[in-house]
Design a protein around this ligand. Structure first.
Ligand SMILES: NC(=O)c1ccc[n+]([C@@H]2O[C@H](COP(=O)([O-])OP(=O)(O)OC[C@H]3O[C@@H](n4cnc5c(N)ncnc54)[C@H](OP(=O)(O)O)[C@@H]3O)[C@@H](O)[C@H]2O)c1
Length: 241
């Protein structure tokens, strides 16, 4: 694949390295120095790319989505902190017949954790004395809080509890690797489910998997990585079932 990258920080650099290891070619890299360029100009620079991968900043996502739709280049959107614009950007993609895979967390382990949490939340919803809650902790450099993953976990737990409000607590300090906990606190005991990322490798691997899934122009629309993973695992022999 010929990849375009938006963002060249921790994640963008790792995606570049793993893409090259896998024999892919990096066609173009956009950084904050390109932030002032209009989407039309970015779209021209995207020509020839099979797919774009974005790990930049939430404020730049709207321009990146617009440019990819204009260029007809499918986009893997890994950046977090743009949920407020989700409906608007879905409209941009659908009207322009673009293709986007988005996910607050491209780790396969986290996406399987979502399923574990959904099952647990459905079980504890049978007893309303268990109060569900979400906690997340990340390194001090992470800009958005709560994390997109924590918001997704909150929605999963709330959905299993007829929309019950689920508190989310965030910590930003030092070098903490991304950590997410879902708890169910009852009068006599507490259940805690934890996912801890050991490195960023899992995010890069998942983003490249998504890039391969969406590259090539066969698909259009807006897809969440969790559903893409369902499709990939199902075609790999039903491991998802
Ligand atoms: N979905 C997932 O699985 C996942 C996993 C990890 C991280 N993330 C998210 O991915 C994003 C990036 O994370 P990171 O750890 O790589 O952050 P980072 O190290 O701070 O890198 C962000 C990069 O984006 C660049 N940038 C800023 N404005 C830009 C623009 N307009 N166009 C292009 N690039 C621009 C920054 O440049 P400067 O440094 O020069 O400003 C920086 O190189 C965050 O939103 C984070 O929450 C998602």
């Amino acid at each position: 694949m010929r990849l375009a990258l938006f963002g060249h920080g921790g994640m963008g650099s790792l995606v570049e390295a793993r893409a090259k290891d896998a024999g892919h070619h990096i066609a173009v890299v956009f950084t904050d120095r390109d932030a002032a360029r209009p989407p039309e100009e970015i779209a021209r620079a995207l020509e020839g790319a099979d797919v774009a991968v974005d790990f930049s900043v939430g404020a730049a996502v709207a321009d990146h989505v617009t440019a990819c739709v204009k260029a007809g280049v499918p986009l893997v959107e890994g950046t977090t902190g743009w949920q407020a614009q989700f409906a608007e950007l879905r409209g941009v993609v659908e009207r322009g017949k673009g293709a986007v895979v988005y996910g607050a967390n491209f780790s396969i382990g986290v996406n399987l954790f979502y399923r574990v949490v959904a099952v647990a939340a459905a079980q504890y919803a049978h007893d309303s004395s268990y109060a569900p809650f979400v906690e997340e902790a990340h390194h001090a450099r992470k800009k958005d809080a709560p994390s997109g993953t924590a918001l997704k976990l909150r929605d999963i737990v709330s959905g299993a509890n007829a929309g019950r409000a689920v508190p989310v607590a965030s910590t930003r300090a030092g070098h903490i690797p991304g950590t997410h906990r879902v708890g169910f606190d009852g009068p006599a005991d507490q259940i805690m489910l934890t996912h801890t990322a050991r490195s960023r490798e899992g995010f890069a691997a998942g983003a490249l998997l998504a890039a391969q899934w969406i590259a090539g122009g066969r698909r259009s629309g807006v897809f969440e990585f969790a559903e893409v993973l369902d499709d990939i695992l199902a075609s790999a022999g039903g491991a998802a079932r």
